[in-house]
Design a protein around this ligand. Structure first.
Ligand SMILES: [Zn+2]
Length: 441
């Protein structure tokens, strides 16, 4: 008895010590003063590029921005004048713990991730993927489920304590869904397996309880499936209203997967904060979203991704011709243009969980090329991936902007993105919270 108590006490002491220090950090955090000569600089709030700006960083945050700043004594000086300097990009819709083989399909791959891969290995795989987001210039990610039972929380905590290099994560835990989750073809007598990946809800009281449960176990945002495509079920408006009310009580926001017009309308009517996907949506529903301040995360793919996906989806991978690609992408492009016209705020989120043989961060960033191909300007796209996402995540003033008080999340790309969109692929420098992850300081 006493031996056990002693052991417990030692364990408790160790937990305190370990919790107080970084655990063998992959990249050592830098808390000293830094002055960056930025040259061309993106002001995400104003939506303009500015010239001759310097950024002074201290204690992981931006202290001052302006022309000709003095470097404090002993400060590190970084010259980025030949690049375009941007706030670290944000991806508002990812699933870091899930990677789907295009030849597999969601039910088989989803069940495999639970039964064969398992949450500990998923989290380790996700840690490797997380590093590629930093390398792509994405310094903040909202991760929306498909993470087993809170594997996303573990990954976030490991990034926060310095054990793993990765973007700042805002995580949802398991998404709240009607029976079956997103796995069509599941046998009714094995339906419980979906509860390993989704929080299956039955009625408004249970839906509210699911919010409380997720928040208790570490969720910072609630993900719901207004319709759980590719399965045919819907949450009811009453269930979604109960979720929104419980989320407000716990100070978190609600992101709703909704792929058809009825699912979008009901979720927007119930008061969610963001609609994810909205592949099929009427103008009248977009008008309701604009009126209620519900944002849209168009998880669109670009033509390069379509080609790659086609190549990877089987031994005789279908090779689409340019006109076929345009046909595949016509619907999402039309929907994005209509959403902008209706006054809906566009946020950036990739939802790219496909194994395309690319670093996952790069695959995710192709989402921005989809917006460009739909006719959004480079400035609109950069605002979607910075200031608009920051507001959606409740992190306005902290990320997605280069100004005093914000975290020093700063990237540099080579080239003028307004003239050459491929500049977005040429990330030469990445800093998160004042620590450099890519590029020589
Ligand atoms: Zn998703």
């Amino acid at each position: 008895m006493t031996g056990l108590l002693k052991l417990r006490a030692t364990g408790w002491f160790l937990a305190l010590v370990v919790g107080a220090m970084p655990l063998g950090a992959q990249t050592r955090p830098d808390t000293g003063a830094t002055l960056i000569h930025a040259g061309r600089f993106f002001d995400s709030e104003a939506g303009v590029f500015r010239a001759n700006q310097d950024i002074l960083i201290r204690d992981q945050k931006i202290e001052r921005v302006g022309p000709n700043l003095e470097a404090p004594k002993g400060a590190r000086v970084i010259d980025l004048r030949k690049y375009t300097v941007l706030p670290g990009l944000i991806d508002a819709h990812m699933h870091l713990l899930y990677l789907e083989d295009p030849a597999g399909g969601i039910s088989m791959e989803g069940a495999k991730s639970i039964i064969i891969e398992g949450t500990p290995l998923r989290a380790l795989h996700a840690a490797a993927r997380a590093r590629t987001f930093l390398e792509a210039g994405i310094t903040t990610v909202r991760d929306l489920g498909n993470s087993g039972r809170f594997g996303d929380v573990a990954l976030r905590d490991a990034i926060n304590d310095g054990s793993v290099d990765g973007p700042r994560l805002l995580v949802s835990g398991p998404g709240l869904s009607a029976v079956g989750g997103q796995w069509p073809g599941l046998q009714a007598n094995h339906a419980d397996i979906a509860a390993e990946e989704y929080r299956i809800v039955h009625g408004p009281a249970d839906a509210a309880d699911a919010v409380r449960e997720n928040v208790t176990f570490g969720a910072q945002v609630i993900k719901i499936y207004s319709n759980n495509t590719p399965n045919p079920a819907y949450l009811s408006v009453d269930e979604m209203k109960a979720i929104v009310e419980a989320a407000k009580r716990h100070g978190v926001r609600v992101a709703a997967h909704a792929t058809d017009d009825a699912a979008v309308w009901r979720a927007a009517f119930a008061g969610v904060n963001s609609i994810e996907h909205a592949y099929r949506v009427e103008d009248s529903t977009l008008a309701l979203m604009a009126k209620n301040g519900v944002t849209l995360t168009p998880t669109d793919i670009d033509s390069l991704t379509v080609i790659r996906y086609s190549e990877k989806s089987g031994p005789n991978g279908f090779k689409p011709r340019p006109e076929q690609i345009s046909e595949i992408l016509a619907g999402q492009r039309d929907r994005l243009r209509r959403a902008v016209k209706a006054g809906v705020t566009i946020t950036a989120g990739s939802d790219n969980y496909l194994n395309l043989g690319w670093p996952q961060g790069r695959a995710a960033k192709r989402n921005l090329f989809a917006y460009l191909a739909s006719g959004l300007t480079a400035i609109q796209v950069l605002q979607a991936a910075t200031i608009n996402d920051a507001r959606l995540l409740g992190l306005e003033g902290k990320v997605g902007v280069l100004k005093a008080g914000a975290f020093a999340d700063i990237i540099a790309i080579e080239g003028d993105v307004e003239k050459d969109s491929d500049a977005l692929e040429r990330v030469r420098f990445v800093m998160k919270s004042g620590t450099v992850y890519l590029g020589k300081p």
